[in-house]
Design a protein around this ligand. Structure first.
Ligand code: HEM
Length: 425
């Protein structure tokens, strides 16, 4: 698919300027479809793959869990702990020694830990571990194998699966490791839950809602792990890459953060506390929530590098889309969030430039009209349920990094895009 096209179906370019109402219409005329569920069978029939009534019911439950105060508090606490106890010491040590760090790997470990904490309430200390985590590795291998499934003719990968060879052999092994590990986690959480041990996790919230079947819990938690880890880590990586190439933006973010720090110091002094010299500085997620420029830089990163670059749907019935294009039953539709973020008619002639200012009004308030065009989390009704969690983590990690360190991209790093499947591509 040509990158500059908004949307294609087969050879046809369907939509250019008819995007208002497009996603609502899309949800009326199309489904994920059976072919999608067949390819992504490791996710079961849970939220990422579900359609119709099953999706509505799962979405309602997930919404209750993700939007609860308890969940938000837990995410704040565990992300803060992860940054203060593991990320900062690790980077401080690396900076002191002057070594080169693979930040993408660090962010992947970070988001794996924070997602595990959110889902199971378990701290794997994966950031400080010397050895690779077999489950995280398994998920990576599974995603690689799923790329082949998307690219290969169905018959070929099915034959490979039947013969248990090639990528399919790897996938079967990775799946077994991931499922066994998750089942073990579920059993620990369930034992605690039945003994009345009050420890928060997404899983206990599902258990309280009487969603207790083993397969249901296993598939649901795997869906969240797959949806939340690489998406957030790759966005943080792009953010750091983009700011390292745009020192003007980096300086403006730091300026905004300096204000937060000085306000906190004044407040501490007024409260009679002794002003301690906090170096390196750890931000609380609540300190960062209202920062307009930092938020704009997150949106701008997601516009240029959406971690789910494309999504697909199958048309259920003949219909007409908002731009007047006809779609036919059974047709596959690919929507490119990547292309949508780079359309001159949507973003202006400078659409390829990294300019957080485009998200801010002249009076310094967020530009709501632009915010409604942030396609990276998709648009209602199938919008990302982990959006707030992802933004919280992005802001926490990027603010901590930029305020306390200066990142210099190692020589020879070109910022290229790896071919990979990010759940829905
Ligand atoms: C920067 C990070 C993220 C991005 C860019 C992102 C993007 C998206 C997009 C585009 C969709 C819709 C896909 C489609 O309809 O084809 C989606 C769905 C979803 N996301 Fe995210 N996501 C991110 C982080 C997360 C996190 C951290 C979680 C949870 C821990 C999460 C959980 C989900 C779930 C469960 C869905 C399915 C929602 C549904 O179908 O109702 N995401 N995400």
């Amino acid at each position: 698919m040509a990158i500059a096209e908004f949307l294609t179906a087969g050879e046809m370019i369907l939509l250019r300027k008819g995007y208002p109402g497009f996603f609502e219409k899309l949800s009326q005329v199309s489904l994920r479809g059976d072919s999608f569920r067949e390819i992504f069978d490791i996710l079961g029939d849970r939220i990422l793959c579900a359609d119709s009534d099953s999706w509505i019911e799962q979405r309602k439950t997930a919404h209750m869990c993700f939007k609860s105060m308890e969940f938000r508090k837990w995410v704040n606490e565990t992300s803060l702990k992860e940054v203060g106890d593991y990320l900062l010491p690790l980077l401080t040590q690396a900076a002191r020694k002057g070594c080169t760090v693979d930040l993408q790997d660090v962010f992947l470990r970070f988001t794996f830990n924070t997602t595990m904490n959110a889902v199971f309430g378990r701290d794997l200390k994966y950031l400080t571990s010397e050895s690779p985590n077999t489950v995280a590795q398994g998920i990576d291998e599974a995603q690689e194998a799923l790329t082949y499934r998307v690219l290969m003719p169905t018959l070929i990968w099915k034959l490979q699966r039947w013969l248990n060879v090639g990528a399919e052999k790897k996938l079967a092994k990775a799946r077994e490791i991931a499922e066994r590990f998750i089942e073990k986690c579920i059993s620990v959480v369930r034992d605690d839950f039945l003994r009345g041990v009050e420890k928060y996790s997404l899983l206990t919230t599902y258990m309280k809602l009487s969603k207790t079947g083993d397969k249901f819990l296993r598939d649901t938690t795997l869906n969240v792990l797959v949806a939340g880890r690489e998406t957030t880590a790759s966005t943080i990586t792009w953010f750091i890459w983009l700011t390292s190439r745009n020192p003007r933006v980096e300086e403006k973010i730091i300026e905004e953060l300096r204000l937060v720090v000085s306000e906190k110091k004044v407040a501490e002094r007024d409260e009679g506390g002794v002003e301690e010299k906090k170096q390196p500085w750890v931000f609380h997620p609540n300190d960062l929530r209202g920062l307009v420029y930092l938020h704009a830089a997150c949106c701008e990163t997601l516009r240029l590098y959406p971690s789910i670059p494309v999504t697909r749907r199958v048309v259920m019935k003949n219909d007409v889309l908002p731009d007047g294009s006809s779609v036919g039953s059974g047709m596959q539709i690919l929507v490119s969030y990547y292309s949508l973020g780079r359309m001159p008619w949507l973003w202006g002639e400078d659409c390829l430039e990294f300019k957080p200012e485009r998200w801010i009004n002249e009076d310094g308030t967020p530009n709501q009209e632009k915010v409604s065009k942030l396609f990276a989390f998709s648009i209602s009704p199938r919008t990302c349920i982990g959006k707030d969690l992802a933004l919280t983590q992005m802001k926490l990690v990027t603010a901590t990094l930029l305020f306390n360190f200066h990142v210099q991209v190692a020589e020879g790093q070109s910022g290229s895009i790896r071919t990979a499947i990010n759940l829905l591509g």
